[in-house]
Every structure is written in structure tokens, then in C-alpha cells.
Design a protein around this ligand. Structure first.
Ligand SMILES: Cc1cc2ncn([C@H]3O[C@H](COP(=O)(O)O)[C@@H](O)[C@H]3O)c2cc1C
Ligand SMILES: O=C(O)c1cccnc1
Length: 348
């Protein structure tokens, strides 16, 4: 672990105890517990000191060497094409980010073909896509450290801009394959239950994706002994950058809304490296990818939304923002039984 990463992890603050905030929720003019999960979300926001929400989305993009094995329904060049779409404002994440006032920041962590610079693009590719993990680790040690450092730098930038609630998204054709490999390695589950159809594989292509993943894990298995090795061998440039970003944000008191399968795989790596980062995480939604439900359960995170989405980009995370804002508004603005002169529960 680099000194930078060690410092970042050491600086992740502990949340405040929850009891006082739960007690306040119980004084509000509603039956005890009647706001359900909104009460959990409100209490968590309070423990993190988030009393007003300053939102943004960060989307990390990179290509994947494993795409050469035919594991995605779409060609690898879609990664770059979608980054251009993000920059011109036409992707789903752009629409939702505009609607919910969460400006999108795009990071090129390793798209294979060069991209021109643009004001909303951090254009710092580490290498032209990850290596093909069927034959070698996805990243060298130096590349892993660079990608983690890139994420930590982006977190410092987010903090300097004053954001305190950030949706974490990604773009990288074949990255559900990386997420499945990471999920199997981190949870100990078999590949079949954690491998889905990604962008829409048919039965034969899905079976091929699982066979490729079996070979990948067989190749790396003896070396998957630490979270860093798991991330380095089975991850990717945008996954490692997201891992660094999540750790960095938490160290700056920025809460994260994680998105779908890939973003959650990065969060799982972050938690494996630094369990205390967990307090800073919200799960925006549960995607259709079967491995996502398994990974969320492994992380003990309850998704805010279930909309049967399977997109990524940070879309499910941004969609959860109005729910978090609602939870906070209820917590701060509702009258109490005393202030409103409403009778409390009858003791039966
Ligand atoms: C047009 C298009 C837009 C996307 N936006 C996100 N993804 C999503 O699909 C990819 C992962 O699926 P797989 O592992 O099957 O390639 C990622 O890039 C992810 O963000 C997209 C995919 C496509 C085709
Ligand atoms: O769960 C996701 O985020 C996801 C699923 C399929 C394809 N891309 C992303």
C-alpha cells in the first residue's frame, strides 16, 4: 500500500453515534417508525454531519482488455463513443444529472483511443485500457497505484468544489465481467450466480462469459490473497480509480451514493481495504445484474431503489438523490409532538 493510500484510509472519519438522531426522529409528528427506510437514511446523513446536500456525479471511464474475449454484447469502441456522448450531454446520466442538479464530471482513466480535452473531462488515461486478465493481471502494480491515486486526486477536487454527496458511476465495455470476477473473489461465491448478461448477452454468449471467467479465476486464484491483488488482477483502470475515489471522498467527509454492479464492486474493494469507509456509503439502487444483489448483501447495504435498471453510468445513484433529500427535509423541517401540540401515542 502506498503512503498516499495509507494516509487517505487513516483520515476517514468515524460517524457520530446514531442514538441522538434516532431520538429526534421519534419526537416528530408521525407514528413511531412510520417513515420507514427514510428514517434510516435521515439518521445516517445526520451521523455524517450532512445537514445540507451539495450534489455531484463522477463518472470514471476506461477500456478492458478482456473485451477481446467476446464477453459484451457491444463493441469496445462504445466506451469512447459514450464518453463523447457524456461530454455533449446526451446520455442518460446527463439527463438525470440535469434534472437533479448534480453536475457530471467525467474522468478518462484509460480509454484505449485518445480523447480531446474538454472542460468537463479529466483526461488522464493511465494506459490504453487494462490488460487482458485471461492472460495476465489487468493492471501492473504501478498502474494500480496510479489509478488509485487518480481517484484520490479526483476526491480532493470534489472536496475543493464543496460537494458532500456524490454519485459514483462508470463506463467501460466488458466491465461487468471484471465486476463478476471481483465479486466471486471477494465473496467466495461461485461464478454462475454472480455473472449476468451485462449489456444483453444471449444464452450462448452468457455461457461463454462464464467460461471465460472460470479460466480467468483459475489463472489468478493462487494470488488472490489481498484486496489489492484482487483489484489489480481482476479489476480495471476505472474500477481502481473509483476505489481510490470512494476512499478519498470519505476521507474528505463526502458521502457516496454507489450505483450498479461495477460501482458497487469498486465500493466492495474499498471496504475490503478500509472497512470504516462503509459508514459513508449509500446504495442508490439494485440493478438487474444478479451479482449486484449478492454484492449488496455481502456489504450489508440496502438499496434505496429497485427499478430493474441495468445501465450503470451513475444513473441509479443520481435517481436516489431526491429520496435522500426528502429524508433530510423531513428530519429537519417536521414539527415535533410538543411544538405542534399533537398527542403522543397512548400507552397500551
Ligand atoms: C450504449 C451503451 C451505454 C452504456 N452506458 C453504460 N453502459 C454499461 O455497459 C457496460 C457494461 O456492460 P458489459 O460488461 O456487457 O459491456 C459498461 O460500460 C456500463 O457502464 C453502457 C453500455 C452501452 C452499450
Ligand atoms: O449494474 C450495472 O450498473 C450495469 C449492468 C449492466 C451493464 N452495465 C452496468
Amino acid at each position: 500500500m502506498t503512503p498516499d493510500l495509507q494516509d487517505t484510509i487513516a483520515n476517514i472519519p468515524a460517524p457520530a453515534p446514531e442514538a441522538l438522531f434516532r431520538a429526534h426522529l421519534d419526537t416528530l409528528t408521525k407514528p413511531l417508525g412510520a417513515l420507514g427506510r427514510l428514517e434510516d437514511l435521515a439518521a445516517q446523513l445526520q451521523t455524517l454531519g450532512l445537514t445540507d446536500l451539495r450534489k455531484a456525479a463522477w463518472v470514471f471511464a476506461a477500456d478492458h482488455g478482456i473485451a477481446a474475449e467476446g464477453v459484451s454484447a457491444y463493441p469496445a469502441e462504445v466506451t469512447r463513443q459514450m464518453v463523447l456522448n457524456f461530454l455533449s450531454g446526451g446520455a442518460a446520466i446527463n439527463v438525470l444529472s440535469r434534472l437533479h442538479n448534480a453536475p457530471v464530471h467525467i474522468v478518462n482513466a484509460g480509454v484505449a483511443t485518445a480523447l480531446d480535452s474538454a472542460p468537463t473531462l479529466r483526461n488522464t488515461p493511465i494506459r490504453p485500457g487494462s490488460r487482458n486478465m485471461l492472460h495476465e493481471p489487468a493492471l501492473s502494480e504501478a498502474e494500480l497505484n496510479e489509478a488509485l491515486a487518480l481517484g484520490i486526486e479526483c476526491a480532493a477536487e470534489a472536496s475543493a468544489k464543496g460537494f458532500n454527496l456524490i454519485a459514483v458511476g462508470e463506463m467501460g465495455i466488458a466491465n461487468t465481467t471484471a465486476a463478476s470476477a471481483l465479486t466471486a473473489a471477494l465473496t467466495g461465491r461461485a461464478l454462475y450466480p454472480v455473472t449476468g448478461r451485462g449489456t444483453g448477452l444471449d444464452d450462448a454468449a452468457h455461457a461463454h462469459k462464464i467460461a471465460v471467467l472460470e479460466a480467468v479465476l483459475a489463472h489468478h486464484e493462487p494470488h488472490l490473497t489481498t484486496p489489492e491483488e484482487i483489484l489489480r488482477r481482476l479489476g480495471g483502470l476505472e474500477v481502481a480509480a473509483m476505489t481510490g475515489f470512494i476512499l478519498g471522498c470519505a476521507s474528505h467527509r463526502i458521502a457516496l451514493i454507489i450505483d450498479g454492479f461495477i460501482s458497487t464492486a469498486a465500493a466492495a474493494c474499498a471496504v475490503a481495504l478500509a472497512p470504516q469507509v462503509h459508514s459513508w456509503l449509500f446504495a442508490g439502487h439494485q440493478s438487474q445484474e444478479p451479482g449486484h444483489r449478492i454484492l449488496l448483501a455481502h456489504l450489508n447495504l440496502t438499496p434505496i431503489l429497485t427499478l430493474d435498471m441495468r445501465l450503470g453510468e451513475g444513473t441509479g445513484a443520481v435517481l436516489a438523490m431526491p429520496i435522500l433529500e426528502s429524508a433530510l427535509a423531513l428530519y429537519t423541517q417536521m414539527a415535533t409532538f410538543t411544538s405542534a401540540g399533537v398527542s403522543a401515542a397512548t400507552a397500551l
